[in-house]
Structures are given as C-alpha cells and as structure tokens.
Design a protein around this ligand. Structure first.
Ligand SMILES: [Zn+2]
Length: 404
C-alpha cells in the first residue's frame, strides 16, 4: 500500500508538475533569445532570468516534497503515532490527535524553511525585490508558526471533535473548514493583516475624493482606504479589497502609490471593483468550498484496511494528516478549473476598470505593474492552463486594444 501511494503521488502529481515546469522553462529560455516585447530589453531579460531561477527552485521543491511525502508514508506517520501514544502526550483522545497533527504540520513547515529562505532572502534580494532583514524574516516565521499552533490548534480541535461526533463526519468537517475560511476572509483585513504590516489611512485628499467617488458609484461600502507599508519587505506593487460587508477595506501598497499615476491607480482600483461588482470573490469562495467537500469526501471513503496496511490507527489525527498530505495532489487537478473561470473574470474586471478610467490608463498601469514586479510577459499554454488565475499580460493588453 505504501509503495502504491507513493507511485500514485509520482505519476499523478510529481511527473505532471515537473513536466509543466520544464515546458515553461523551455518556453521562457527560447523567448529570451527573441525580440523583447512590451518591456525594455534589459527589464525583459532580467524578468526572464528571474522566472527561470524561480522555476529551478520550483522543480527542486517538487522533488523535495515527493521525498517528504514518501518519508511520511513510509516512516513518519508511524513515528509520530508511536511518540504520542508511548508518552501519552497530552492526555485525552482529542488533544492527542491535535498534538499529532500539529507535530506533522510543524515538522513539514520547518523542513521547508530553506526553500523559503533561499527564495525570499537570496533570490528576491538579488533581483532587488526583497528588503527584508534577517530579523523580519525570523519574526514573520515565528509569528506564522505561532498562528499555526494557536489558530490551527483551535480549528483542529473542533475538526477532531466533529470527526468523533458525526457519522458523516466528512460532510460536517468540510462544512466547518468552509466556515473557518469564510471567517478568516472576513477577519483578515482588520485582525490578521495588521499582525504583519502597518496600515495608515490614505492622506492624499485629492486621491481620496476620487476613490470615494468611485466606491459610491458602484455601491461599495468600506471602512476606509488604507496604505500598507509593503515596502518594508518587498518592492512589488499591489492593491486589494479585503473583508466582507462593512468590514471591507481598500488597501493600497505604498509601493503602488509611488510608481503608478493617479489615473492608473483609479483604473487598477476599478479593476478590483469590477471583481466586487460581479461578485467574483463570492464565486471564488464557493468554488474553494466545492474543492474542500471533494477532498473531505475522498478521505471519508478510505476503508479500515487502508489504515491497517499503513500500520496506523484509523483515528481523527491520521485522517486529517492524510487529508493534508493528499490535498495538493487533488488540488493540482482542480486548480485548472478555478483558473479557467478566474481568467474569464479578469477580462471582465479589466473591461469594467477601463470603463471607469480609460483603456489606455489601465493598459499602462498593467505594464508598469508587470515591469516593476518583473513578471515575464509570456507563458507556455500548459503553464497558463494549470497555474494562471490571470491571463498573461500580452492577451490582456490585446483585449484592451493596446498597440505595442
Ligand atoms: Zn483581478
């Protein structure tokens, strides 16, 4: 059974994801030998080289994750099970399960730190994105681990309880997880994001008046327009709306304010408002809900013999660990569905955003974003199919009738 599981992981997940990365690598390497499009030559080459480096990391991470998967299936699960059982740590069936899952998550996260460190502290620094000091990196890491233990622990306790309480636990477990996701989305802008960044209300009165006019015109109620100090970590630009109902916030990265004209900013915000107008966030949430139910359903069908062969008990802890181990395999084949609808929604939002400013303003702002973020303007169709939630810049510009 162990060998079969690892073989499935390799065939269904490792090989296809590495192949897609290699196709993308060859596509970009080839594009780099041709005439640059959209970006100036130096930026084009730099964006391409950055993308190639990231793909190399991604490919090695796929292999590392496969090794980690094999480790958990062959030895790790039994080790964690034995450890918690033998030492009766902590007391009580539910807490035992929670401790087991947390141990599994923390060990996996800690083993992946080198990849995170290399990407954020070495590669992103070399390309001038990251301004993070070692200290911020460590503090963020500790905050993240702390949140995993406290919030993750609380959610896991509820999940474990659900599994023991209901016969159709997979249904209620998925429902509970869905509620947690909705709640996190709701609380993120006001409770979670401020743990990592500082938010200050927008001071530019001119811009504020324009943005508020925009919000009123589409009936968007918010608790304010905020500037986030993104520049302390990263030079990349962004803007988003977070939260639901009156809890919504408009958040602009300070990096965006410096780099984009106010017309461009209105066009980008207009694009985001387009998502709001067409309820794209809700649709996204619903689709991720369907994914959750699918994953819980699959895990819910695993028979007792499956656990016997892995030499572990069929308890809530092991069920949830298997769920976390297998979720990426299932999501790899599910993401293209989300991507397909998401890319359609992006065109619609672009159209709406450009109607609030102008096609020209949005096109120029998008080029600015891509240039500053050093995203490579073209991609292999297979890579777009599997990973892209946004259409590549070239196609977005074409849809905006932009001449280049
Ligand atoms: Zn969008």
């Amino acid at each position: 059974m162990q060998v079969a599981l690892i073989a499935i992981y390799i065939c269904v997940f490792l090989i296809p994801s590495v192949v897609v990365d290699i196709l993308q690598y060859r596509h970009i390497a080839l594009a780099l030998t041709q005439r640059p499009v959209i970006l100036p030559r130096a930026d084009y080459i730099q964006a391409g080289k950055y993308a190639l480096q990231k793909l190399k990391i991604s490919i090695s991470q796929h292999f590392f994750n496969a090794l980690l998967f094999a480790f958990w299936i062959l030895y790790g699960l039994c080790l964690v099970n034995d450890f918690i059982e033998n030492y009766h740590l902590p007391r009580g069936k539910n807490l035992n399960c929670v401790a087991m899952i947390l141990a599994f998550i923390l060990i996996s996260q800690i083993l992946s730190i080198p990849f995170k460190y290399y990407t954020e502290m070495i590669l992103d620094k070399r390309y001038g994105f990251s301004k993070q000091s070692n200290q911020t990196f460590v503090i963020d890491l500790l905050k993240g681990l702390g949140m995993t233990i406290v919030l993750g622990g609380a959610v896991l306790y509820l999940l474990v309880y659900t599994i023991y309480f209901f016969e159709y636990w997979w249904f209620y477990g998925a429902l509970l997880s869905f509620v947690v996701i909705v709640l996190v989305n709701f609380l993120y802008p006001t409770w979670i994001a401020p743990l990592f960044n500082t938010f200050t209300p927008l001071k530019d009165e001119n811009l504020q008046a324009r943005i508020e006019g925009l919000l009123v015109s589409v009936g968007f109620k918010s608790s304010g327009i905020f500037i986030m100090d993104a520049s302390k970590r990263d030079g990349r630009l962004n803007a988003y709306f977070g939260g639901f109902g009156k809890n919504k916030r408009v958040v602009l990265f300070d990096t965006l304010l410096d780099k984009v004209s106010s017309d461009g900013l209105i066009a980008i915000l207009g694009h985001e408002l387009g998502h709001f107008k067409y309820k794209d966030l809700l649709i996204n949430l619903l689709v991720s809900g369907i994914f959750l139910f699918a994953v819980f359903f699959v895990i819910g069908q695993l028979p007792q013999s499956f656990f016997d062969e892995l030499e572990i008990k069929k308890n809530a802890g092991n069920l949830l660990i298997l769920l976390i181990l297998l979720a990426p395999v299932i999501s790899f084949w599910f993401l293209p569905v989300i991507g397909f609808f998401s890319r359609k929604a992006e065109y619609r939002a672009d159209e709406f955003g450009s109607s609030l400013a102008s096609k020209q303003a949005l096109a120029e702002a998008l080029i600015r974003l891509v240039n500053e973020n050093k995203s490579f303007p073209s991609s292999h169709p297979a890579y777009i199919f599997f990973y892209y939630t946004h259409p590549p810049l070239l196609q977005r510009l074409k849809a905006l009738d932009y001449e280049f």
